[in-house]
Design a protein around this ligand. Structure first.
Ligand code: M6R
Length: 619
């Protein structure tokens, strides 16, 4: 939820501030309630903090510049304990004359008892945060040991909850210490300088060499060394990796917003996620799935756990996975799964879907599934993130960095990866659909071009969005794989445009929601292609007639050449023809564009909508 960056270099100059501020700009998508920076210089720690977006911190630095420094830490916040004020912004100070500064991502669950202890000892608090407790504790431990790493270690072993902590001390002008438990932290390995970040975006402008930190580990970085130990004090090793994208991928590249850029990157997101999944004979191979073929053949139930948009990707995938594998597949919101005593066995495959790989609800669900004996596969877009590391296997989506809070290209990549997994399982198990796997992969390979075509036809959708800028409520209907797309269309509109929006299964309409229809009510309808089995196309066309008869304004998403919808549609938005199970990869695109444009027409910040953050690392 919060963004964290740390830097240490060889010289005292303005580079530390520059690196930290640039890192914060790249991490601002993680939280944007307030921001702050601490630099070590002249035997003291100097800090600046400001409520609001990063621009406010920049202004504060211009008004009161910080001294040259070789080491610094910075933080961009999504408030949990205490509102988004200057006082609650990180870094927090601890120790005599505030000689230690500390930043934090996560929640310290036992902060109240620790704070009571500190208050009884006469410690004065200046904020309402749980973080300040850690700052005072580490500072006090340092005063006893004179060693920042040991001080951090003594404290993390007393903390409960999820946290990444970074600390600097006035006595150590070229050292930053970071610790993590259930919250992300990566090391950036530079040439004569080193970095710490919530994710690699923090330092991608400076190095592509990175190192994953394991659970319950502490890293101490200096300009020339990176030392990692466990919370038990034993030396530990991180896994090194090279970041496969560069700084340009995390910039807007000429688009007005990250969201617009990411929508336009969707053909690549799907195409890249399909790359390298088949051998020269066309058979599916999944190098990243390190669960034995025998174990996968024995799977008798699949449970997909995810949150938000990722859960809708799972709902889409359920239709395809059950069809291809004949294995029962359920989709559950990760936070509900974790706390309802689910029935899970050794032959259950729990598939988590997460763009960030850090969503705490999903992480907890995966851990619980493993405790119950299930095999776990993570579908994830972020290399080295916590969820893939805590899973038995991972299938990376290759959507590239997704910066906008509203998920778009990751959604398409998640559906694609789920389909690859489903087809792989079908192939392993044999049977009728095993033979189809290669044919479906060929059809999937055509999808990127179809998305590209579709993106070139969005002018009318943009116009509709601008005309509807004052709309107070929009409904979305879909059936079969179009049902989760209706839910996703509604979620995009809620989170970006702050208007009432609801997605329904079209078949459910007559069981209640049709009462909402009044003259002029806009309703998007995602129409299954005419080839969809069981006559679903005609059933949805009938639904359109039913709501039109009651005055709804019908905005119909239908395949090229589907003329049946024309008499009942106020607007027809065409998508290229594609097999029914692949249609969601196309039908969601106009809904993403609609939400983006309507929010833009309302003058809203589409990349950083209110109250939200990109990765939700608290439960
Ligand atoms: O990083 P994750 O994929 O685990 O995130 C899950 C949801 O928080 C996320 O999809 C959220 O719903 C998006 N803001 C929707 O656009």
């Amino acid at each position: 939820m919060c963004g964290i960056v740390g830097y240490v270099g060889p010289r005292r100059d303005d580079r530390a501030q520059q690196v930290v501020m640039e890192g914060l700009a790249r991490l601002e998508y993680r939280g944007y309630d307030s921001a702050g920076i601490a630099l070590v210089a002249d035997g003291e720690v100097a800090t600046r903090k400001a409520a609001g977006k990063l621009a406010n911190l920049r202004a504060a630095l211009e008004n009161a510049p910080l001294p040259p420094s070789a080491a610094g830490i910075g933080h961009t916040r999504w408030a949990t304990h205490g509102g988004p004020t200057d006082a609650n912004a990180h870094p927090h100070r601890g120790g005599t004359d505030g000689r230690l500064a500390l930043i934090h991502n996560g929640i310290i669950e036992n902060f109240h008892s620790l704070k009571t202890e500190l208050l009884a000892d006469g410690v004065e608090f200046t904020s309402e945060t749980d973080t300040e407790v850690a700052a005072h504790l580490v500072a006090r431990a340092y005063e006893q040991t004179g060693d920042l790493t040991e001080a951090m270690r003594a404290v993390v072993n007393r903390l409960e909850g999820a946290f990444t902590l970074l600390a600097v001390h006035a006595d150590a002008p070229q050292t930053v210490v970071g610790a993590r438990r259930n919250s992300p932290l990566v090391v950036g390995l530079g040439d004569g300088e080193n970095f710490l970040g919530s994710d690699v975006a923090a330092f991608i402008g400076y190095t592509k060499q990175a190192m994953e930190m394991g659970q319950d580990q502490i890293a101490t970085i200096t300009p020339t060394s990176v030392e990692v130990i466990g919370f038990d004090g034993q030396p530990a090793q991180g896994a090194r990796f090279e970041v496969t994208w560069d700084a340009a991928a995390a910039e807007k590249g000429g688009y007005a917003t990250f969201m617009e850029k990411e929508i336009n990157e969707q053909p690549h997101a799907v195409g890249d996620t399909l790359l390298g999944r088949t051998d020269s004979a066309g058979a599916l191979v999944l190098d990243e799935v390190r669960i034995s073929e025998d174990e996968l053949r024995a799977v008798d139930r699949i449970v997909i756990v995810a949150c938000g948009t990722a859960s809708y990707a799972g709902m889409v995938a359920k239709y395809a996975i059950e069809h291809w594998t004949r294995i029962q597949c359920e989709v559950e919101l990760a936070h509900e799964f974790r706390y309802r005593d689910p029935v899970i066995g050794a032959n259950t495959l729990v598939v988590s879907i997460s763009q960030s790989g850090e969503t705490m609800d999903t992480l907890m669900a995966v851990k619980h599934a493993r405790e119950l004996g299930a095999k776990t596969v993570s579908i994830c877009n972020t290399h080295g993130a916590t969820i893939p590391r805590e899973s038995d296997a991972v299938l990376y989506t290759h959507a590239g960095p997704e910066i906008a809070v509203a998920s778009t290209k990751a959604f398409l990549a998640q559906i694609t990866a789920c389909y690859v997994l489903g087809l792989y399982l079908a192939q392993l198990r044999g049977g009728t659909h095993a033979d189809e796997a290669q044919a479906v992969m060929r059809e999937l390979a055509q999808v990127p071009e179809k998305i590209e075509t579709l993106l070139g036809q969005m002018d009318r959708v943009k116009e509709i969005a601008y005309f509807m800028a004052d709309t107070r409520s929009v409904l979305f209907l879909g059936r079969h794989v179009g049902y989760p797309i209706a839910m996703e269309g509604a979620l995009k509109l809620k989170e970006l445009a702050y208007i009432h929006a609801e997605g329904f299964a079209a078949g459910e309409l007559k069981h209640g929601p049709i009462a909402l229809i009044e003259p002029g009510q806009p309703v998007f309808i995602v129409v299954p292609g005419p080839d969809t089995p069981h006559g679903l196309h005609h059933k949805v066309v009938s639904n359109i007639q039913e709501i039109r008869a009651r005055g709804a304004r019908t905005l119909v998403i239908a395949e090229e050449g589907d003329e049946d919808v024309v008499p009942f549609a106020d607007e027809v938005i065409r998508i290229p023809a594609t097999p029914p199970l692949l249609a969601p990869l196309l039908s969601v695109v106009p809904l993403q564009v609609f939400a983006l444009e309507l929010a833009t027409a309302k003058g809203l910040d589409v990349d950083q909508p209110r109250n939200l953050a990109k990765s939700v690392t608290v439960e």
